[in-house]
Design a protein around this ligand. Structure first.
Ligand SMILES: Cc1cc2nc3c(=O)[nH]c(=O)nc-3n(C[C@H](O)[C@H](O)[C@H](O)COP(=O)(O)OP(=O)(O)OC[C@H]3O[C@@H](n4cnc5c(N)ncnc54)[C@H](O)[C@@H]3O)c2cc1C
Ligand code: SF4
Ligand code: SF4
Length: 625
């Protein structure tokens, strides 16, 4: 270890420097796949290096992995997965050894009708609902839900697993660290990539002992510079390191990241004899709004993961996923199972849904991108864990080949070994099928569903035309969205009252549109604030800068929707003085929703928004999501 110098807030600082062979950013399934594959090839049976380090000759490759969250079990996901890549890497995997894992054995897809008459359904959807109700005695229809009699093969999870991503990450991290060959450091956010002449030479860890603005404060400790021959970026859908690379190197021609979904979930202790067996999967669409998809996966021990996705194409400028999640749970088809259950854990996270179209430059001199931040998530099947794992495993194979051949980690060599493997993989073939599968949703829910079916059955040959547009172009005003339902002056009154009383504008508008009050039971139906306390366990160690930054306060002052306040999963963004929102780091769950949803484009790059999401520690502390 040696030191390097630079400056913070105008003052010179000495930074510790560490030299390793490989530095990894983030520990999710992608890095899990990378490190699992690589760690098996680092030493020979006699313990001598099989892949020798260049920084520490005589030793195996020196591999470091830095994870932002304060535990290696961070993660918010479903997860139901076909687990093809995971089972390829772990052929003897016995699901019983992973807490909360269960083999998939019963899968249903349900179209939920609206039992309360408050959702915003087009005439076509209403007509379809009437038709279904009229023929209900002939159809697989019960408690306001139509079970699809056939699940297309591209959606099925046969032979797959239901997992808790927190438990899976924790379990796989133990296996990797158990080899003694790789270090994984939780609670260690990476601030930025170190770039010299367009070559990534490693990463800089965040400064500690700073104030909210990042200026040195009591106990200031500048983040270490970790120099590495290869930097592996697996920082997920809102990863600040990946985003900085994109800002520096741009995206490939025609690529953009305009689609995402807010995923919000509960882990629920089911009542005894709930009627749900471990391994059961329910996928839903149609309610509480047609555009909102839902999932219910049953783990062993009468525990279920339940949640919804609020996608980009749901054009409401005021969308609190939390209230929708409650109405979704209360749908009669689901409530008969969930009634009597108890909230055990809660979580929210963004899901990057641009897929292949959002793929960044996968490699460059000194770096490679893996996982969801590299566009691996399949937007047709809603599957990301296995795909992320596969990208990591493929990169590890490439690294093994390059080290054996004593070749450097240049753009060309990584292209020839990693990218070529990725292009030849099942993951790539399936992501091509999925690439335009959801374009139909730009024209409405029904066209979207038709488009998905067409893309799936024709293997991507036929799709509904249309491409996603950035949020500032598609989000209507509140007045526009509620036209015909709530008058503009009433919206203004509701907004005023919400500001005075600190309530949710969306909540009040939902009340006004006929959504019933949630019958709170203190167990599963609890206020958003209570869910954060009972199931969120948010932590924010002192001495770190704010990681959510409103870049141009003057733009916030003029912003009418203030959608960042409404969408904030953790209630960490509240109305602030002069129209500029206030951010409370102690409530932030690092979901990234504010960054994607801000309705105002960045003045220099309209593909970005007025919210910067930077590297930060803390956030959700749950090992079960
Ligand atoms: C609610 C929800 C439900 C889902 N359901 C399913 C499902 O049923 N099936 C399925 O296959 N997929 C599902 N997904 C998608 C799946 O979870 C993701 O595709 C998958 O987790 C991506 O893995 P990853 O390793 O690329 O990224 P992530 O899992 O996001 O991991 C990235 C890691 O990087 C860390 N990190 C970020 N920035 C930094 C930094 N600066 N420094 C250090 N560390 C950093 C993060 O803390 C995180 O731990 C779901 C997602 C959500 C949100
Ligand atoms: S962050 Fe974006 S959405 Fe929030 S007030 Fe500022 S401009 Fe508006
Ligand atoms: S402030 Fe934090 S919790 Fe709120 S939306 Fe942004 S990232 Fe999510």
């Amino acid at each position: 270890m040696s030191d390097t110098s630079d400056s913070v807030g105008g003052a010179a600082v000495e930074r510790a420097r560490l030299d390793v062979d490989i530095a990894c950013v983030g520990f999710g399934p992608a890095t899990g796949g990378f490190l699992t594959t690589l760690s098996r090839h680092l030493v020979k049976d006699d313990g001598s290096p099989a892949l020798e380090s260049r920084t520490s000759p005589g030793m195996p490759l020196q591999v470091m992995c830095y994870e932002r969250a304060d535990d290696l079990s961070f993660g918010v996901s479903g997860v139901c997965t076909r687990a093809r890549a995971i089972q390829d890497s772990l052929p003897d995997l016995d699901p019983d050894v992973i807490p909360m894992a269960a083999p998939v054995h019963n899968e249903k897809v349900l179209y939920l009708l609206d039992p309360v008459g408050a959702s915003r359904r087009s005439r076509l959807v209403k007509l379809g609902d009437l038709f279904i109700r009229a023929l209900r005695f002939l159809l697989p229809f019960e408690t306001d839900a139509l079970r699809l009699p056939y699940i297309p093969p591209f959606l099925r999870k046969d032979g797959g697993l239901i997992l808790s991503i927190g438990q899976f990450n924790q379990w796989i991290a133990q296996q990797i660290m158990g080899t003694g060959l790789v270090q994984i450091w939780p609670g260690t956010p990476v601030a930025e990539p170190l770039i010299e002449d367009d070559k990534v030479v490693g990463v800089r860890l965040v400064d500690q002992g700073v104030d909210k603005l990042g200026q040195p404060d009591a106990g200031f400790m500048p983040g270490m510079d970790v120099h590495a021959a290869l930097t592996v970026v697996g920082d997920g859908p809102v990863g600040p390191v990946g985003r900085q690379l994109d800002e520096r190197f741009g995206l490939p021609e025609g690529h953009h990241q305009r689609e995402w979904a807010i995923g919000m979930k509960f882990v629920v202790d089911l009542r005894e004899h709930s009627g749900l067996e471990a391994g059961t999967i329910l996928h839903t669409f149609g309610y509480p709004e047609p555009e909102i998809f839902g999932f219910l996966y049953v783990h062993p021990g009468d525990v279920a993961s339940v949640g919804i996705f609020v996608p980009t194409w749901f054009d409401s400028p005021a969308r609190t996923a939390y209230r929708y999640l409650q109405h979704w749970m209360l749908h009669p088809y689901l409530w008969r199972y969930l009634k009597g259950g108890k909230l055990r854990s809660w979580g929210a996270k963004t899901l990057g849904e641009s897929g292949r179209r959002g793929e960044p430059h996968l490699v460059g001199d000194g770096y490679a991108r893996i996982g969801e931040g590299s566009g691996s998530t399949n937007v047709l099947t809603g599957s990301g864990v296995d795909e992320a794992w596969e990208t990591g495993a493929l990169l590890a194979q490439a690294v093994i080949e390059l080290v054996r051949l004593d070749k450097p980690f240049t753009r060309e060599s990584l292209q020839a070994t990693y990218v070529s493997r990725r292009r030849a993989s099942w993951m790539e073939r399936e992501s091509q099928v999925a690439e335009k599968a959801r374009d139909g949703f730009q024209r409405g829910f029904v066209t979207g569903m038709v488009g998905m079916g067409l893309a799936g059955f024709t293997r991507g040959a036929v799709t509904v035309p249309g491409g996603p547009v950035p949020p500032y172009k598609r989000l209507p005003t509140l007045e526009g969205y509620y036209r015909g339902r709530v008058a503009p002056d009433e919206i203004a009154r509701i907004q005023r009252e919400a500001l005075e009383k600190g309530g949710s504008v969306h909540g009040a508008l939902m009340d006004r549109c006929g959504w019933p009050q949630i019958p709170m039971d203190g167990q599963l139906l609890v206020s958003h604030q209570d869910a954060l306390l009972m199931g969120g366990k948010v932590q924010a160690p002192a001495g770190y800068a704010d990681h959510v930054v409103f870049l141009y306060p003057n733009l916030c002052e003029q912003c009418g929707t203030k959608i960042c306040v409404e969408v904030c999963s953790g209630q960490a963004i509240t109305p602030g003085p002069n129209g500029v929102p206030a951010f409370d780091r102690e409530k932030c769950v690092h979901c990234g929703v504010c960054m994607w949803n801000c309705a105002v484009p960045h003045p220099d790059d309209p593909e970005r928004t007025n919210v910067a999401f930077r590297a930060g520690t803390g956030g959700l502390h749950s090992s079960e999501n």
